[in-house]
Every structure is written in C-alpha cells, then in structure tokens.
Design a binder for this molecule. Structure first.
Ligand code: SF4
Length: 67
C-alpha cells in the first residue's frame, strides 16, 4: 500500500504521528517524514491516521505513489 502526504496542506498537527508512529514522524515543528510504502500490519493505523488528519493531507491507495 502506498501513501502520499501533501506537504503543502500538512500543518504539522501530528495526528498521524500519534496514530501511526511507525509510518509518520515529525521533525521539528512542521517537517513531516513518512514511509511511502506502508508495511503490512500498519495499514489499519494508516487508514485511521488519514481519517484523523484535520486537513486531509494523507492520500492512501495502491496508486497514490505512482502519480
Ligand atoms: S495529521 Fe495531517 S496535518 Fe497533521 S502532521 Fe499528519 S499529515 Fe500533517
């Protein structure tokens, strides 16, 4: 499963970091790092993170990485 975070939208709220800390990491105030290819076992966490993001910056899908 692939994810993309629209970093122009991301406001560093860190909801995703709380919900899927193995995939999302915040460096400093607004520098979000993420693992574009989500490991098996993290899918549920990532879906929750995507739903929780206040600005819908997280795109989830098999094709999110190939656009
Ligand atoms: S929850 Fe959304 S706005 Fe907050 S850090 Fe994650 S991607 Fe960025």
């Amino acid at each position: 499963m692939q994810i993309v975070v629209d970093l122009n939208r991301c406001q560093g709220y860190a909801q995703c970091v709380f919900l899927a800390p193995e995939v999302f990491e915040l460096h400093g105030e607004e520098a979000l790092m993420f693992t574009p290819t989500v490991p098996d076992g993290q899918h549920e966490h990532v879906h929750r993170a995507a739903a929780a993001c206040p600005v819908q910056a997280i795109l989830v899908g098999e094709r999110a990485g190939s656009r």
